[in-house]
Write a protein that binds this ligand. Structure first.
Ligand SMILES: Cc1ncc(COP(=O)(O)O)c(C=O)c1O
Length: 359
């Protein structure tokens, strides 16, 4: 590497994100929190229809997708901005609101991209302790100072699957210093019946923005589409830093079809809740406990780090990929996506086999 050419401060502190992900047909992929059923047929059909337009630049205002999201969620489309996954929105928020000397708060087991995006923007990530794998609002408030610019809060959280209540989130928003923007990451919001991801709080306040994704319940992780809803001043700022063609036509059309397929979302939510409950209970009977998950995965806690590793190895040997979350401060845990019924049974069967072996 050249000694003379150096990236700006912070970049070399970034540990590159390690994704899992394997698409081999004989592998059961339960490490990426994807919808095991894939996207709705309506989205596949919309995608196919874009094939003859690949030579055309896509629309840069995302008007139709924003209108569809707005109609479904009863939100003002002018206060929606779309990105290449919510990852891009997280990055845009850090670019726009932080930089050298600024602090970005994320919680102890919070999603890895908060730290990465803060460092990439030249800011300082600040990790705040959680309480028993749950976000602690008072600890966040205590960590705020004149340098703090952003607070990232995933609700439900990844990889814990836990959630804090609307009152707590409202208290956090109300008590933050006035120069701090609260980012409510609702990547898993659709998995909770009747939950708006924090949209009503956004409407009430000038210091809250919500991010959402098409990668989870909509089964479109491969396309990269997310969106944010916020006060007009935040949306205006994000549109200034956003690349004009950050979403391709295929992304826009497929997401627009998917968001309108409410039956698909409802079916996916119900099926996820059923299998999540079944898997968590079956694991608990084997002595593998988990917090009540509000998302599409279960964070399984093992007796030791060695047992977690042995279990991941055993599952892998059986063709099942799950996620180790040692990098999230949870070395004795595995995050297991709720797959289809056969996959959930396979996970439990495999762990039961390991547990039955003499120790
Ligand atoms: C909490 C949380 N936020 C954001 C994302 C990013 O999702 P995407 O960039 O695919 O929209 C994820 C993905 O796993 C996540 O778990």
């Amino acid at each position: 590497m050249s000694q003379a050419i150096e990236p700006k401060a912070g970049i070399l502190e970034i540990a590159p994100y390690v994704g899992g992900g394997c698409h081999a047909p004989d592998v059961v992929e339960l490490s990426m929190n994807e919808n095991p059923n894939g996207p709705p047929e309506s989205a596949r059909e919309a995608l196919r229809k874009t094939a003859h337009l690949l030579h055309r630049y896509p629309p840069s205002d995302h008007r139709d997708l924003r209108a569809a999201i707005g109609a479904v969620h009863r939100l003002d489309p002018d206060r929606i901005v779309c990105g290449a996954g919510s990852d891009e929105l997280i990055s845009m928020l850090c670019t726009a609101y932080t930089g050298p000397g600024a602090e970005v708060i994320h919680t102890e087991h919070g999603f890895a991209m908060y730290r990465i995006s803060a460092l990439a923007a030249g800011a300082t990530p600040v990790q705040v302790a959680e309480h028993e794998r749950k976000v602690d609002v008072d600890a966040i408030l205590d960590a705020c100072n004149f340098r703090t610019r952003l607070v990232f809060l995933a609700n439900p959280a990844n990889p814990t699957g836990t959630m804090i209540g609307a009152n707590e989130v409202g208290r956090l928003a109300a008590d933050l210093p006035e120069h701090v923007l609260l980012v409510l990451d609702g990547a898993y919001a659709e998995y909770i019946e009747g939950y708006d991801g924090g949209a009503k709080l956004v409407d009430k306040r000038e210091n809250v923005v919500m991010t959402r994704t098409f990668s989870k319940i909509y089964g479109l992780g491969g396309l990269r589409v997310g969106w944010a809803y916020g006060p007009a001043h935040v949306i205006d700022v994000l549109n200034r830093v956003r690349g004009p063609f950050n979403l391709g036509l295929a992304q826009l059309e497929a997401a627009e079809a998917a968001v309108q397929d409410r039956d698909f979302v409802e079916r996916s939510r119900i099926e996820n809740a059923r299998l999540r409950g079944w898997m968590a209970d079956a694991l608990a009977e084997l002595g593998v406990l988990s917090d009540t998950s509000c998302a599409n995965f279960v964070l399984a806690r093992f007796d030791s780090i060695d047992e977690a590793i042995a279990c991941q190895d055993r599952l892998r040997a059986d063709g099942v990929l799950v996620k180790r979350v040692a990098g999230y401060g949870l070395p004795h845990c595995l995050r297991i996506t709720v797959g289809d019924e056969a996959s959930c049974r396979r996970v439990v069967h495999c762990i039961a086999g390991l547990k039955a072996e003499p120790g």
